[in-house]
Design a protein. Structure first.
Lengths: 945, 253
């Protein structure tokens, strides 16, 4: 027997030669990372403790960055297609040739019809730059992926209160006592939510999870509401009903900070019916309780009334709050009326309402911190209501998502819990109301830049992007009567519209980082056909496709020209204040990426390539008067570009001395200053300005000084969204801008200026007896979109995606271990492996998003589990709804914003028993991998020992 | 057979909080990332891009459904790595002395120079916490990041096991169970820290904090303590109903 004998051990080995601090890009969270370098290679990645987003921690994706950076699926050089589209057959070419081809396509197009170039980017974190480029090119056809992601959440938040969740704001994790999480089981945002939940567990605050699926965050929630998909709006309106009925709303907050007291014209025959009563300066009027007279809402010293009414012009006008109370106090919103549909017991709805009220009003927080409001009134202290909320795609990716998100914001506002201690708070550059955002633009002309920014927030029918014949100006038909408030565009409609030639044909489709032939499109099999389809002359119906990606994703095989991007460790980026940066509720912050590793392949960062192409095309802002390029590359643009004088992509270290915050001349050493500071910059908001930001004079002045805006822009929250009523009036026949007849009723019934709920549209068309169940997807915490699925380490965690089926459905259909199911929607069928799950709404099944892969993509072997058992639910979700019998095909989108209604899907399920070949259906034929196949074994780290 | 030290000066180990573990696998991957290029042989991956990728991990997260009468089913995420047992059967079973428990801190390690890859220790471990690396042929296991926790090349604040340093939910805590005042001892005492499978007699050092009870409403569980709080406003007080209440309430502002 060997005696007890302990070897000597070196417990202080060298870790690395150098630490390089940059920003993660393994998901959209943008955490700070310390990249440990050894012998010129990446040895270890850990979270940066100083970073405001992740404060040192790092998720599974971030820690798997090494496998992403060295992935065999990385593209190696520019390529042109030599086989048929979809085959994966390419020839590597030089950058000179690649750029010549791109310019030879794009230049004549710009000179003749710039609208025939459609430029769409996916999970782009440089949207302010790609949008600027597209505007200079002059095409109206540009957007990023928001339309198929979460535009309902973003747009509802901006129209209602000037910002939404996640990048727009966050709960006051330190002080909140009750936190409700809607429609997020696992993902956005990643580390901050986990850090926040941990804080709540520490302080003993209660967490309520509202989600059909009890995994991830919902698994640790103190209470789970296993709601039926698509009914969140109904649930929230019932909570509002209960609060109103008990008088548990913050009236002081409502009269000060919202349009609750605004008088609404109530005259059914008036073309202004439902609009605000305004004075001669066009300011909305409120009743002053002191005088009983209507005065401009922002008159200092008044006490706005909510209870009175005003007789004027032969009609009685009431404040918004009365219309709101009347609507939600009605019997259709009682807990009993909605319980069955929501799948939530009435007593649970009632109790949650009681808890919200109790915490908001009985556990009020007071911070002894004086502040001054926008009217000059001084407040001795800050009063907080410690209830907070967070929500994401689960509630927004429905055809009723916009109004549902609005309802949730209204619940927050009625409780007086927005921008107060313990509640939900905005992060700069938010709060920013819809009126402070641009309106959408689509004015194009040959050889000219576009007449303004592509995307924005319409204030009425006059802002729609329609030509003189009422046709859509954009290829995705954004900002039309079909989807008037499509603030992020409709990327998911681009390929099918381009293929159909409606509203017009396009010549070149230029895309970046968007897997539109696969997991980012509905109806994947058909989209693949569209991309491959040829006309009678044997030419592709979508003639040219340029695509940029760092990896051999499924989309690569369908492009004609590939511009290979770098990995996130090989590039410059800026997480700019112009987009949605990394700010905190108490600080303004932005960050960069820089090449901590030089590329070892013939690849270039996409944004630098875009600037190069812009120069070659002679685009305004990219060429100097002497004909030389304005910017050397993206890094040069990041430092030297000015959007307004003194305001550029990065807010920190501006000016000649590098001390400018938000404003200051371009600083040629700015990136170096960021690098020295851990690749981010942070500027703290003074204490008196940290709450009540939309109305806090100190915050407004602070924001102006830092270039967030150029003059103070206080505003009130819009319980009642007047622009929506303008659309409704048009639908009723008022005004010059009229919807086509077939959309009149849709606009009239959906554009309610106070949130309403309607059933997910698909279930009003399909027979719900035939398709009784709901099918969803969610993203696992350890995998994100399509970026990570080929990752050698992460695919050992999520390399296959069973269909998780509720115990109730399993029992009904006799599913046992190892059984497969045929799942059918009105549109199509898939055959997939089943796994039982009881912690799940009884009428629901779900699977992980984007795990299924096409054989031959991502440098995976042909028999990789993702390509055999793995599957996409996308095959049975159509971008168009089933025919309703009216001769039309309606899009499977929210009728207000056009957000893809992924989660409206209704299905039936059949037990098909065992499937010995283990291959899910449909099975897409393999493609030739343009980058070969990954190695048989890995021993990462062997070199370092 | 290999001997265990009579006593250890410290008992270093982990407290894992099952009430807050969201099952994100951050600890799993950061552990792999650190350990594949530090102590001992790398953690290899067989067929990393193929049909059945199989790599060596020192820490894995398992997810379970818990069903009990009258409650909704729950999901529990359960991270598992070596528990650094006081009576570690993996050590005593080792024929070469490769498996050992450190006298100074109780960490159970494998001296890979002496490991013959026989796998007896993995059989002996009732927790399945050891994995034989298929390419290197040596036994791999959690080292509690022995090459981090004392490492003078690492800032003091970061001298923690990689899994603890990275956990976004703060569900993992590292410390000395021999010290009753340590963070881990106190946490474990306060929250009823549990030994895993105590009946095995291995005296594991790590502790698990159980999930707190849930307050779901189900058919059998209709808690309605706050209902009186949500009583309708007193409409009898005013002939005007809601507007009357509103008027009165506004007067008070």
């Amino acid at each position: 027997m060997p005696p007890y004998d302990q070897p000597a051990l070196d417990t202080s080995p060298e870790v690395s030669d150098e630490i390089r601090k940059t920003t993660c890009y393994m998901c959209a969270c943008r955490c700070g990372i310390n990249v440990h370098m050894k012998n010129g290679k990446v040895k270890y990645i850990e979270g940066n403790r100083d970073h405001p987003v992740n404060r040192g921690v790092l998720c599974a994706k971030g820690s798997a960055g090494i496998m992403q950076h060295y992935a065999p699926s990385r593209l190696k050089a520019p390529m042109k297609r030599v086989g048929e589209r979809g085959s994966g057959e390419f020839e590597e070419i030089s950058w000179d040739e690649a750029l010549d081809i791109a310019v030879s396509w794009l230049k004549p197009l710009r000179e003749q019809s710039p609208e025939k170039m459609a430029f769409f980017t996916g999970r782009d974190q440089s949207q302010s730059m790609t949008g600027w480029w597209a505007q200079a090119y002059g095409t109206p056809n540009h957007a990023a992926h928001g339309g198929f992601c979460s535009v309902n959440m973003a747009a509802a938040g901006i129209y209602t209160m000037g910002g939404s969740f996640w990048e727009f704001g966050a709960p006051d994790w330190e002080r909140t006592r009750l936190f409700m999480l809607f429609g997020v089981a696992e993902d956005h945002d990643s580390n901050p939510i986990k850090i926040g939940l941990s804080k709540l567990k520490e302080t003993g605050a209660k967490i309520i999870g509202v989600n059909p699926i009890r995994s991830g965050y919902n698994a640790i929630a103190d209470e789970w509401v296993g709601i039926t998909p698509g009914t969140d709006g109904l649930f929230v309106l019932a909570l509002i009903h209960e609060l109103l009925k008990a008088g548990k709303v913050d009236l002081d907050y409502l009269i000060r900070y919202t349009n609750a007291p605004f008088l609404v014209i109530e005259d059914a025959n008036s073309p202004e019916n439902g609009l605000f009563l305004r004075d001669e300066n066009d300011k909305p009027l409120v009743l002053d309780r002191a005088t009983g007279k209507p005065v401009a809402f922002d008159t200092p010293g008044i006490k706005p009334d909510l209870a009175g009414s005003y007789r004027h012009g032969g009609a009685t006008h009431r404040p918004v709050f009365q219309l709101l109370a009347e609507k939600y106090l009605s019997d259709e919103h009682t807990p009993e009326a909605v319980a069955e549909q929501c799948g939530v017991p009435a007593e649970q709805i009632r109790r949650i309402a009681a808890e919200l009220a109790h915490v908001a009003f009985e556990e009020e927080i007071v911070i002894e911190r004086p502040w001054t409001d926008w009217k000059g009134e001084k407040h001795e202290r800050m009063i907080g209501r410690p209830v907070s909320f967070h929500a994401m795609r689960g509630i927004s990716a429905h055809s009723n998502g916009f109004q549902t998100c609005r309802a949730l914001h209204i619940l927050q506002i009625l409780l007086g819990s927005v921008e107060v201690p313990g509640g939900f708070r905005f992060k700069p550059p938010y709060p920013k109301p819809a009126t402070a955002h641009p309106k959408p633009h689509a004015g194009y002309a040959p050889g000219q830049p576009l007449d303004g920014p592509h995307l924005g927030y319409p204030q009425g029918p006059e802002d729609l992007l329609l030509d003189e014949n009422g046709n859509a100006k954009r290829i995705d038909k954004a900002f039309t009567w079909e989807t008037p408030l499509s603030a992020h565009g409709l990327m998911h409609m681009v390929i099918s519209n381009a293929h159909a030639g409606t509203p017009y044909k396009i010549d070149t489709l230029f895309m970046y980082m968007a897997n539109m032939s696969w997991n980012s499109s509905m109806n994947t099999s058909k989209v693949i056909e569209m991309l491959k389809d040829k006309d009678e002359n044997g030419e592709y119906v979508i003639p040219r496709i340029i695509y940029s990606d760092a990896y051999s994703s499924e989309m690569v095989a369908f492009a004609d020209l590939i511009l290979p991007d770098t990995t996130y460790l090989e590039r410059h980026d800026c997480i700019s204040m112009f987009d949605r940066p990394i700010c905190e509720a108490e600080a303004m912050a932005d960050s960069i990426r820089w090449p901590v590793v030089e590329p070892d392949r013939d690849v270039r960062p996409f944004q630098s390539v875009l600037i190069d192409i812009g120069y070659r095309l002679g685009l305004p802002g990219m060429v100097n008067e002497d004909g030389s390029p304005t910017f050397k590359d993206y890094a040069d643009y990041i430092q030297m570009h000015e959007r307004r004088p003194g305001v550029g992509p990065l807010a920190g270290f501006r000016g000649p001395d590098g001390k400018g915050e938000g404003r200051g001349e371009p600083n040629p050493n700015q990136i170096e200053a960021y690098k020295a500071n851990g690749s981010f910059w942070i500027g703290h908001i003074p204490e008196e300005a940290q709450f009540f930001k939309p109305w806090n004079a100190a915050y407004q002045d602070w924001a102006v000084a830092r270039g967030l805006y150029d003059k103070p822009q206080p505003y009130v929250f819009q319980l009642y969204v007047e622009p929506m009523q303008k659309f409704r009036l048009a639908a009723e026949g008022h005004g010059d801008h009229q919807p086509p007849e077939h959309l009149r009723e849709q606009v009239r019934s959906t554009m309610d200026p106070l949130p309403i709920w309607w059933p997910p549209v698909e279930e009003t068309i399909v027979d719900t007896k035939e398709f009784p169940y709901h099918a969803l997807t969610q993203r696992p915490m350890a995998m994100y979109h399509s970026w990570g699925t080929q990752n050698a380490w992460l695919r050992q965690i999520h390399g296959a995606n069973p269909l998780f089926v509720s115990g109730e459905i399993c029992d009904e259909h006799g599913f046992t271990d190892g059984d497969w199911a045929r799942v059918s929607s009105a549109h199509g069928s898939i055959t997939v492996p089943v796994s039982r799950m009881d912690a799940l709404n009884g009428k629901t099944m779900w699977t992980w998003n984007a795990i299924g892969k096409r054989s031959g993509a991502w440098a995976l072997k042909e028999d990789a589990s993702e390509a055999t058992r793995g599957f996409l639910l996308n095959h049975i979700i159509h971008e168009l709804l089933p025919p309703k019998g009216d001769g039309m095909r309606w899009t499977n989108s929210d009728p207000i914003t056009g957000q893809a209604a992924w989660f409206d899907l209704r299905v039936k399920i059949e037990n098909v028993g065992k499937k010995p070949d283990g291959i899910s259906l449909p099975h897409t034929p393999p493609e030739t991998s343009p980058v070969g196949v990954g190695p048989d074994t890995l021993e990462y780290g062997k070199d370092f020992s | 057979m290999t001997a265990l030290p009579q006593t250890t000066e410290k008992k270093l180990g982990l407290v894992i909080d099952l009430d807050i573990c969201v099952g994100c696998h951050a600890c799993v991957v950061n552990c792999k990332e650190w350990n594949t290029s530090n102590y001992g042989a790398p953690l290899s991956d067989i067929d990393p891009y193929g049909a059945e990728p199989m790599g060596t991990f020192l820490n894995r997260v398992h997810s379970y459904e818990v069903k009990s009468e009258g409650c909704n089913a729950q999901t529990v995420h359960f991270p598992k790595s070596c528990l650094h047992c006081d009576d570690a059967p993996c050590v005593t079973v080792c024929p070469t002395g490769a498996s050992y428990k450190r006298a100074e801190d109780g960490i159970v390690l494998v001296n890979e120079d002496n490991c013959i890859g026989c796998g007896l220790c993995a059989w002996a471990c009732p927790y399945g916490a050891r994995e034989l690396d298929q390419m290197e042929g040596v036994m791999k296991k959690c080292t509690l990041c022995v090459d981090r926790i004392y490492n003078e090349n690492i800032p003091e604040i970061d001298r923690l096991p990689a899994c603890v340093r990275t956990c976004p939910a703060g569900a993992r805590h590292f410390g000395d169970f021999a010290d009753p005042d340590s963070n881990v001892s106190r946490l474990s005492a306060e929250r009823g820290g549990m030994e895993l499978m105590p009946e095995q007699g291995t005296k594991p050092v790590n502790r698990y904090l159980p999930p707190r009870p849930k307050s779901d409403v189900t058919a059998e569980n209709k808690i309605d303590l706050l209902a009186p709080y949500l009583a309708p406003m007193d409409e009898a007080d005013s002939a005007k109903g809601f507007l009357g209440w509103l008027d009165k309430a506004l007067e008070k502002i």
